[in-house]
Design a protein around this ligand. Structure first.
Ligand code: 6GU
Length: 262
């Protein structure tokens, strides 16, 4: 997969040299191209921002540098077209589902902004020719989109074939489509079996894979009820067996009769 990132702080992306994503790049699974937006300015001060029309606080990123920068990135492979991802707290939520969609794209172009964002005509211009997504990583406001891009590249990168290796399946992850859809993964343990008087749950030492799977599912349901109760409402009732429904009832989240699986 090719990823282009245009930013006034390309140095923000140094973490992409490290660990899982760094390895994926070394191995050619991920081809990351960083660009300095100011390279597409023509004034001595390399100006990328201006005051907002209509007044108000802050500054808005000028359309011209962005337009020229994006045009040049698109020209790198005229036969292909990237999906453009514009990070903004006003965007659609970035979810595991969207991460999986992005992982299936051959080319992504991220355009993290500073200040109050990019002149909206830039998104309108490219949105008429390409897929342009305005995406938020959560309900809080960052000083700029760079950290959001790091978050998205890591979430997408670990899904690319060969990045995690066969040893680790993404199917058991929190939010993974299938059994873990709308569920949080439960607690994990390793050696020693006793630490500061605390024992590892006995079931995990039993070697009984069926019982362990059931226990893990119970813990996932408990943790979701505790930390993200709103997710339980989004559970597919068809995916819940009798044991799930009994546990959810105990936890105070009864599954309504007409939705029950049989
Ligand atoms: Cl994508 N950008 C900024 N600046 N703030 C955010 C965000 C993105 N997502 C949540 N907050």
């Amino acid at each position: 997969m090719r990823i282009d990132i245009i930013s006034i702080f390309p140095e923000y992306f140094a973490p992409l040299d490290v660990s899982l994503i760094g390895k994926a790049r070394e191995r050619g699974i991920l081809d990351v191209h960083l660009h300095q937006l100011r390279d597409w300015t023509h004034d001595v001060h390399h100006t990328v921002d201006d005051t907002p029309y209509g007044g108000g606080p802050g500054m808005v990123m000028k359309p011209d540098p962005w337009g020229e920068a994006i045009d040049d990135v698109l020209a790198a492979d005229p036969a292909a077209r990237p999906r453009i991802v514009v990070p903004t707290p006003s965007g659609v939520p970035f979810t595991q589902k969207l991460a999986m969609e992005y992982a299936a794209e051959p080319w992504l172009l991220f355009t993290p902004a500073r200040y109050e964002g990019i002149d909206s005509r830039v998104m309108a211009e490219y949105g008429s020719r390409l897929r342009v997504d305005e995406v938020s990583i959560g309900d809080y406001v960052l000083a700029g989109g760079e950290v959001a891009v790091l978050v998205m590249v890591e979430a997408v990168g670990r899904l690319l074939p060969g990045v995690l290796g066969n040893a680790r399946s993404v199917a058991d992850d929190s939010f993974a489509p299938g059994a873990m859809e709308n569920l949080l993964e439960g607690p994990v343990y390793t050696k020693p079996p006793r630490w500061r008087e605390r024992e590892v749950p006995e079931i995990l030492l039993s070697g009984h894979h069926g019982k362990i799977a059931r226990w893990r599912r119970d813990e996932a349901l408990r943790r979701t009820a505790k930390n993200r109760p709103e997710l339980l409402a989004a559970l597919d009732p068809q995916s819940l067996d009798k044991h799930d429904r009994r546990l959810l009832e105990e936890l105070g989240f009864p599954v309504s009769g007409e939705n029950m699986a049989h």
